[in-house]
Design a protein around this ligand. Sequence first.
Ligand SMILES: Cc1cc2nc3c(=O)[nH]c(=O)nc-3n(C[C@H](O)[C@H](O)[C@H](O)COP(=O)(O)O)c2cc1C
Length: 197
Amino acid sequence: MDRDDLASVLAGAWQLLVRGGADRKSPLHTPVVASVDGDGRPQARVMVLRKADPVAATLRFHTDARSPKVAQIDGKPLTILGYHPGEQVQLRICGTGRVAMDGETVDGIWAASTLFARRCYLAENAPGSPLPGPGSGLPAWIEGQQPTAEQIGPARPNFATVWLAVDSIDWLHLANSGHRRALFRQADGWAGQWLAP
Ligand SMILES: Cc1cc2nc3c(=O)[nH]c(=O)nc-3n(C[C@H](O)[C@H](O)[C@H](O)COP(=O)(O)O)c2cc1C
């Protein structure tokens, strides 16, 4: 990859994101997703990047439909922040969030998830609800066990997909030989602009 060529940098950034979505060992598999809550406060949390699509310019995450972040995401501005230490690349990605809970695409994603992954959505109370003591929030009958396909059915309404329609990517590369920074914006047709790091 040519780090002094904008088109190559953009392609490289998407390559890192695609890998982040597909490879659990990639540091970009668990970026920070930042939103703004109803009081105007920034809220940031780690989320698993499930898929990056360079053609559609989207990122996909999964969450519990009952979690407070859902209200902070749908139709709202989001920033995704990741750092790849091996590549010494920071990616700061901005766009608009969308929450999808129903439809064929979401049903397909749900069906393709492992039963263990789907088990979290059996939690009895919304994420962030107070508990009387330490606990996973899962019903006792499923603790430490993989649910069956029948047992997981009632969890489906709690599953939500989060999509980010990317409208800018800020790429920062650290190097002793000279840092580099570039901003790519959909509004400019993704042409890119070098910035002072
Ligand atoms: C490594 C890691 C991965 C996580 N992945 C997710 C995820 O994919 N989806 C999610 O909703 N929360 C995930 N979480 C939990 C969130 O960081 C957060 O604690 C939780 O979703 C509550 O966020 P909220 O109160 O802003 O809704 C993850 C946490 C860690 C440490």
